[in-house]
Design a protein around this ligand. Structure first.
Ligand code: GRG
Length: 296
């Protein structure tokens, strides 16, 4: 499926924003700054940013604040991918069709680049001037962001992911792992964006959370499926690596056909939740559809 126009516009915008917000590559320590640029600007699809922009524009949030949220989200995402590829974790040499950050810069610099991206993400949010975002909302937003990265989010999900390797686990446990390592962070971008628009209504925030969680689940199941059906060149990362590592996935637990049904079910729950939020914008619907139709 061709990428939606809105996604392409978001990619252009966030790449410009990221280039501006990252420390200059010519500034010392150059190796660290170059590794940060490499990991962030090496061709991600920017799906999480697109959700931030689509949600925020539906609620008329400040574009300045949306840029900051998107940049912070992409920096943490890049950080998680750097660490995910390290020999101690998934030990993957290829990311986005290029050598993984630790292959290009060595493990030590890659770890430090990830650490520096994490703190820069928080700094960018904390530095949003109060004329753009009130201090109480800013604090709430940063709290939500922090929770989605640590033990109850990415780091926790990745720990469960490692623990399930070579083990047979229940579908419920797999779903919990996917929620922590993938869904939660996708939802966080959407909710931060709504908060930036001053939205405090539970009647919008609760269904938006459901939308993000189900979309995240559909996204991760889709990832499992294309890992089987696609090839390394298209994926930009090794095809079949979960299978070769003996990691449980939706297709390995349910079979491919049932995994596809589960993906569609999660997607349909996501759309129902979006409808309840009354934020069914064309952009949000197009981006959501691309989550489960993407080829890589
Ligand atoms: C504490 C942040 C932190 C990291 C340590 C390694 C780790 C814990 C978490 C990794 C979680 C992880 C890699 C989840 C996988 C999510 C996923 C399918 C990523 C690929 O997302 P895409 O397809 O990637 O949006 P692009 O390359 O397009 O940005």
């Amino acid at each position: 499926m061709k990428q939606p126009k809105f996604l392409q516009q978001c990619q252009k915008r966030i790449n410009i924003v990221l280039r501006k917000l990252l420390p200059s590559k010519s500034q010392e320590p150059r190796q660290l700054h170059q590794a940060m640029h490499y990991a962030v600007l090496n061709g991600g699809k920017r799906l999480r940013s697109a959700l931030v922009y689509a949600t925020g524009s539906a609620l008329q949030a400040s574009p300045f604040v949306l840029d900051r949220i998107s940049a912070a989200i992409e920096m943490i995402h890049a950080f998680s991918l750097i660490h995910d590829d390290l020999p101690a974790l998934d030990n993957d040499d290829l990311r986005r069709g290029k050598p993984a950050c630790h292959k290009a810069y060595g493990e030590a610099v890659a770890i430090l680049a990830g650490d520096a991206l994490q703190t820069l993400a928080f700094q960018l949010l904390a530095d949003i001037p109060t004329q753009h975002l009130s201090a109480p909302i800013s604090l709430k937003m940063i709290g939500l962001f922090a929770r989605s990265i640590g033990h109850a989010g990415l780091a926790g999900g990745q720990t469960l992911d490692i623990a399930m390797t070579n083990r047979s686990i229940s579908l419920k446990k797999l779903q919990k792992t996917y929620q922590l390592k993938t869904g939660n962070f996708i939802t966080t971008g959407i909710l931060m964006s709504a908060m930036a628009a001053g939205c405090q209504k539970k009647s919008i925030l609760a269904p938006l959370k459901k939308f993000g969680d189900y979309l995240g689940l559909a996204f991760q199941i889709h990832d499992d499926i294309i890992e089987i059906e696609s090839n390394t060149l298209t994926l930009g990362k090794p095809q079949g690596s979960d299978i070769s590592r003996n990691k449980p996935t939706y297709p390995s637990l349910l079979g491919l056909a049932a995994a596809k049904k589960a993906e569609l079910r999660a997607f349909s729950h996501a759309l129902s939740a979006l409808k309840k939020s009354n934020l069914e914008s064309k952009h949000l619907l197009n981006i959501a559809a691309y989550f489960i139709e993407r080829e890589f």
